[in-house]
Design a protein around this ligand. Structure first.
Ligand code: B12
Ligand code: SF4
Length: 524
């Protein structure tokens, strides 16, 4: 059979000027059915052209579409064209998992895949390819589809695979001819070392995505051997930078230590640079980890700093994070030459306008290399969404507003319009401020500074990040003129640290049972 894999894109994400990563999910799924023809259309890098899409679809038997929540309408558009051409349509990924009824009901969708895709996709492709095992759709776990009477049948949840090593390496050959995957101009790829996260941050949809349905295995990781094999596979494909796609790469510091040492020892892996997502509390409790990350060429870490206000951090379930720890961790990372990409939430419930302004001043004071200001967003399918819905806080059911830039809810303190305005003000105050541009220019132009590994990419960085980024902000109406005097005059309040709570030492590969940050001694 011929399978067309589609990332429907058509979404302007705030990160576009900096990052374009390949769709690891689709490359992973294609590896599960190697005997079938595979082509990839990624509208994040391939210009959307309906004629091209039609031509590609007309050669396909099946189209496999991935979709984040804000991409779902674009995903359904692809399915509609596919159906016109008689192609079987399968949609999986975050939105399909979080809101399967909505997706499966669409007349253009044949099957929705919920949760982990590999085994389900393999079984579905067999089903559509002559059905050699004589199964019925209702016997395939983890799917949702329309029955004859139009109602949607959700089959049993798919059990999570305990041994992620059994999944083949992603089909990176599908990226051929698309040399447009970059991180700040460096040729980039994505590697996954683990799935899931034991934390339950209030606003996050990860727990729902990797629901274990009583298996007790929601957080799983790959072996060191497999991870290094994957990294080497990327390296031979001539890439310069790897982003670890793990929800939270440093959940288990002992395991991360092994990976970092493995990178340092590998002749191939140590030539690349790396980035990941981590947590303030884990790095604060394990400062040695920051040093080892730097030694193994980690050059960017995304940190969810979220808020200056402890009442919000506690309500988010980030009780072990404090603003003082966040400040310390940003300093630790910066000192080691790792740039920090900080995520801040605008208007977590309970925060007033003044508190949001204090958050913005806090983000500015941290001198972060990059900042993402996310208007508080409740993804459908999460408990947070249900809670906000019950309180009448959801203001938009248009999924285009769920892109972490537009607003889909209000709070008791702020309207959706006010939240949107504050988010724009935050970007203006932090990015268009003279100090930020000077600070970045100084870093980029310093041949001994933390961006020196990207020195050769300077023209790209200037064009896409500095100029492209400013233009993108301008197009959204984010200019210096929108910074209010109230924000300018807001003083950063004092914030005191609470004593760190040391966790107990753990085995390198022990799965985490509690949500307290793990602490281990550096044995070096
Ligand atoms: C890397 C990453 C990015 C990269 C690029 C991703 C890409 N190539 O599209 C960057 C940094 C650019 C990015 C940007 C954004 N991201 Co992002 N990103 C991630 C991250 C960290 C990893 C994604 C990944 O590769 N996972 C590994 C793969 C293997 O897992 P998977 O995608 O879930 O796929 C599995 C299943 O879902 C399923 N599956 C998926 N698709 C399909 C399709 C079919 C047919 C089938 C059968 C199965 C199936 O099978 C796969 C294997 O089991 C995730 C969090 C996470 N850890 O997943 C957030 C995440 C997906 N991102 C998110 C968001 C919101 C965004 C942005 C909109 C944010 C923004 N405004 O900037 C943008 C939009 C990007 C875009 N596509 O246009 C949210 C999505 C929430 C939601 N409900 O949709 C997540 C979950 C983060 C979060 N915790 O909120 N992102
Ligand atoms: S630590 Fe990150 S991935 Fe884990 S629940 Fe919190 S936000 Fe989600």
């Amino acid at each position: 059979m011929d399978i067309l894999y589609v990332n429907p894109g058509k979404l302007m994400s705030g990160l576009d000027p900096l990052v374009k990563n390949p769709p690891l999910n689709l490359m992973t799924l294609a590896a599960m059915v190697p005997e079938h023809g595979a082509r990839l259309l990624d509208f994040k890098v391939d210009t959307y052209d309906e004629q091209v899409l039609r031509a590609e679809l007309s050669r396909a038997d099946v189209v496999a579409i991935t979709s984040l929540t804000p991409q779902i309408y674009a995903a359904l558009d692809v399915a509609r064209i596919a159906k016109e051409l008689g192609v079987v349509t399968i949609i999986g990924g975050y939105h399909a998992t979080l809101d399967p009824e909505f997706v499966a009901k669409d007349p253009a969708v044949d099957v929705v895949v919920r949760g982990e895709g590999e085994h389900t996709f393999r079984e579905l492709i067999d089903f559509f390819d002559g059905n050699p095992y004589h199964v019925e759709l209702k016997d395939i776990d983890g799917i949702s589809f329309k029955q004859e009477d139009g109602s949607v049948l959700h089959t049993k949840p798919r059990a999570l695979e305990c041994n992620l090593d059994i999944f083949p390496l992603p089909r990176r050959d599908l990226m051929k001819g698309k040399e447009k995957y970059y991180f700040m101009g460096a040729r980039a790829d994505v590697v996954e070392t683990s799935r899931g996260c034991p934390h339950h941050c209030k606003f996050c949809c990860i727990a729902k995505m990797w629901e274990d349905h009583g298996q007790g295995v929601s957080y799983r990781y790959k072996s060191l051997k497999r991870i290094l094999e994957d990294i080497e596979h990327v390296a031979v494909n001539n890439k310069e930078y790897i982003f670890f796609s793990d929800d939270n790469f440093t959940i288990n510091p002992g395991r991360v230590k092994q990976i970092l040492e493995g990178i340092i020892e590998s002749k191939v892996a140590r030539k690349l640079h790396y980035g990941c997502q981590s947590r303030v509390d884990t790095l604060y409790e394990n400062p040695w980890l920051v040093k080892l990350m730097s030694k193994s060429k980690f050059r960017q870490v995304f940190l969810g700093i979220e808020s200056l206000h402890q009442q919000s951090l506690d309500a988010m379930n980030k009780v072990h994070t404090t603003p003082a720890k966040a400040k310390k961790v940003v300093e630790m990372l910066s000192k080691e030459g790792i740039s920090v990409y900080g995520g801040m939430i605008i208007a977590f419930p309970g925060e007033t306008r003044e508190m949001v302004y204090q958050n913005i001043q806090f983000a500015k004071s941290l001198k972060l290399s990059m900042m993402q200001f996310t208007p508080i967003t409740a993804f459908p399918g999460t408990e947070f969404y249900e809670e906000m819905k019950a309180k009448g806080m959801i203001t938009s059911t248009n999924y285009l507003d769920y892109d972490l830039f537009h607003t889909m809810m209000k709070t008791e303190q702020l309207s959706a319009e006010e939240i949107y305005g504050l988010m724009k003000e935050a970007y203006a105050a932090c990015y268009l401020d003279h100090d930020y541009i000077k600070q970045q220019a100084k870093q980029f132009l310093n041949p001994f500074g933390k961006w020196r590994w990207l020195f050769r990419k300077l023209p790209y960085v200037i064009k896409h990040f500095l100029i492209g980024g400013s233009n993108m902000l301008g197009e959204q109406g984010i200019t210096k003129d929108i910074i209010s005097d109230e924000l300018r005059n807001t003083k950063l309040p004092d914030f005191a640290d609470v004593p760190a709570k040391p966790g107990k030492e753990v085995e390198a590969n022990a799965p985490r049972a509690t949500v307290q940050p793990q602490v281990i001694e550096n044995k070096e």
